[in-house]
Design a protein around this ligand. Structure first.
Ligand code: NDP
Length: 309
């Protein structure tokens, strides 16, 4: 059995920042990096809105900087993921995917969020063969090809703009008659001649022999002028939001209807003393690296208070 005063679960901006603060407070934290060290940012390219980088910074470099900063102050990095937790006993018990067991006096949950899918069986059929939820991971395979992105938020606009730099043509499939994205992202998309926005359009399915060759779409579903048609595409990218990675903790902690962990007011405190939350797993609204980082700092400060009083 391994033991630690503070176990930080998750390695995005929230987890690493919590580790920097906890390390500087002499808590010698242990951090579980999980299956995607660096978190969601590592699947994007450049980060333009993290303060301190006037010319932007490569997302992987930013996360690597945070990781090294956390290590500098004594964080022990574990390259594994938690598979189960027991928050009903003290110290808290955590099992990892390598079979090891950890006990911790306090925990900071910073497990982030993951991309949502539409729920079509075709998404599974063509997964990795034309279906992706990460343009920056897979966009390279679609150079000079035709792709579609589903969604009308900032993520969808960002992904469509990124893909437009590689692909011959990008369709943005938006179910409403307007984009939900911020003005600057809307302008980027609407001003890009390679991007065509298909408003009031839903996806019914995908088709293709060995991989995606097209999508079955419906325009103005349920209206008198409803029209179903097929759109030939080579790639189908989902960008319709995220769900919080809170499943491990939901037997113990209160979550909202979408699974986000509920905190005490604006604090990182949960209903269990000694268990704190940081980042997107408790943030249905902002989902920004800088906000996740700030919440990691808050969680570490609360953990310090808990462990030292
Ligand atoms: P959002 O929840 O903002 O947008 C999701 C989009 O997907 C909406 O257009 C929604 O449509 C659509 N959608 C959801 N479910 C379906 C479905 N079943 N079928 C079709 N369309 C669907 O998620 P994002 O990931 O875009 O953004 C989340 C947060 O992160 C936001 O606050 C955003 O501002 C922020 N963000 C900021 C960035 C930046 O500043 N650089 C970059 C990326 C995200 P509808 O509008 O009809 O609900």
């Amino acid at each position: 059995m391994n033991s630690t005063k503070l176990l930080i679960i998750g390695s995005g901006p929230a987890g690493y920042t919590a580790a920097i603060y906890a390390g500087r407070a002499n808590l010698s934290p242990t951090l579980l990096e999980g299956s995607q060290p660096g978190g969601q940012l590592t699947i994007t390219t450049e980060v333009e809105n993290f303060p301190g980088y006037p010319d932007g910074i490569d997302a992987n470099e930013l996360m690597d900087n945070m990781r090294r900063q956390a290590e500098r102050f004594g964080t022990k990095m574990i390259p594994n993921a938690a598979t189960s937790v027991d928050l009903s006993v003290r110290p808290f018990q955590v099992s990892l995917n390598d079979g090891s067991q950890w006990e911790a006096d306090s925990i900071i949950i910073a497990t982030g969020a993951s991309a949502k899918y539409l729920g079509l069986s075709d998404e599974q059929t063509y997964m990795g063969r034309g279906v992706s939820a990460c343009a920056t991971c897979d966009g390279f395979f679609y150079r000079k090809k035709v792709v579609a992105v589903v969604g009308g938020g900032d993520t969808a606009c960002e992904e469509a703009s990124y893909l437009a730099g590689l692909a011959a043509k990008v369709y943005l499939i938006v179910r409403k008659p307007f984009l939900r994205a911020s003005k600057i992202m809307q302008e980027r998309v609407l001003g890009n001649e390679k991007i065509e926005v298909l408003f009031e359009t839903n996806t019914l399915g995908l088709y293709g022999k060995d991989g995606v060759e097209g999508a079955h779409l419906v325009y103005r579903k349920g209206e008198s002028d409803e029209r179903q048609y097929d759109l030939p595409i080579d790639g189908f990218f989902l960008a319709i939001g995220h769900h919080p990675n809170s499943e491990l903790f939901s037997p113990w902690l209160q979550t909202d209807a979408e699974g986000y962990i509920v905190c005490e007011g604006d604090s990182p405190r949960t209903s269990i003393p000694g268990v704190f939350v940081a980042g997107d797993v408790a943030d249905p609204h902002y989902r920004q690296a800088v906000i996740a980082a700030g919440s990691g700092a808050k969680a570490a400060m609360e953990a310090e208070k808990y462990l030292t009083t």
